[in-house]
Design a binder for this molecule. Sequence first.
Ligand code: SF4
Ligand code: SF4
Length: 376
Amino acid sequence: MPESNSSIVWGVDSGSYCMSGGMVRALDGLLDISGLKDLFKPGDYVGVKINIGELGNIRYLRPVMVRAIVEKITELKGIPVIMDTVGMIGNTLRGPSDWFYTTSVNGYPGALLGKDILPADGYTGAEDELLPIDGDELGGIEVARGVVEVAAMVVVSHVTGHPFFGLNGALFNKGVGCSSQKGKWRIFDPLKPVVDTARCTNCEDCVALCPTQAITANNGVVKVDHGRCKGCNHYCLGFCAQGALKVNKESYPRFQKRVVEAATAVNVATMGKLFYLNFLLDVGKYPDYYTVNDQSITPDLGILASRDPVAIDQASLDLINKAPGLVFQKSQGYSTLAPDSLKFEEIHGVDTSYPLQYAEDFGLGLRKYHLEMIGG
Ligand code: SF4
Ligand code: SF4
């Protein structure tokens, strides 16, 4: 039994149901036992917030899992609305004009899911509603219109690391993934990089890669124009071979707080009718919206379900930290992380506890949890 000051998190490990239907059957069993049926009434529109993955990334959540969630909501007489939001920058592969192409190439056509997937903030990323929120940073956030319009929401997160937030799970999917393009710009604003001139070799690779043309090179001086930069942080930083583009580490807590504050707006939008599924399969260093073919840093650890986003993220982090590490590529060599180690701290140098504590202080949930594993 959970203690009164803790939240319940349900789970299945990745070996469950291996002789009777595998992970899809395990997910079905998890949805039956973890209280999804109490989330909505028959006839309610139920959002299924997923992340379709950037083109080039091959380790996003498998569409067959999303289909199982959609079928369960339909069986419970809800009306599933599968949704994601468009990317931060209009002319990236995740931008408005590429919505249909990306959903199709990454295997998310309606025919497979049983439903079309909708861009919750419209094909332009501009359909939103500004919701007021408390907190030090944002004051309010532009929530995607589709999120505001559903009666309840299942937040479906493929868990990975995030270089500036820590754990990419339920809180990140709520805070960033449910905000419109304008909301995302404000959340990412503290992450605008600067050029370390001592390291920069003026190769100009980043000038060509930046999708907003924020980086210029004039007379051998490379600069980031913070008026144009959106802080997207993965097109330039990850590709500078010299490590000359940097985000000030003191900015990380401001970004982490903004994500958490934005996540509270989703509670307001859905009147707290939220259910979370965290998939700890193919757990890599980077989120699905990065273009990289990321490798798993741990074995598959299963699926978790909860009504509490803080508890489910804390439980996910604890399972990842406890697990033995797999061999993964790091720069030109290979590395592996020890069991019982703070894995995303080691990889990214980011404080993974800070946003969880801020979220608990904010009343979004509890870090203390009771993990109830089911088997099959
Ligand atoms: S990619 Fe790096 S080294 Fe090349 S110009 Fe940009 S900051 Fe300088
Ligand atoms: S973070 Fe880098 S790639 Fe993104 S907009 Fe700014 S300068 Fe361009």
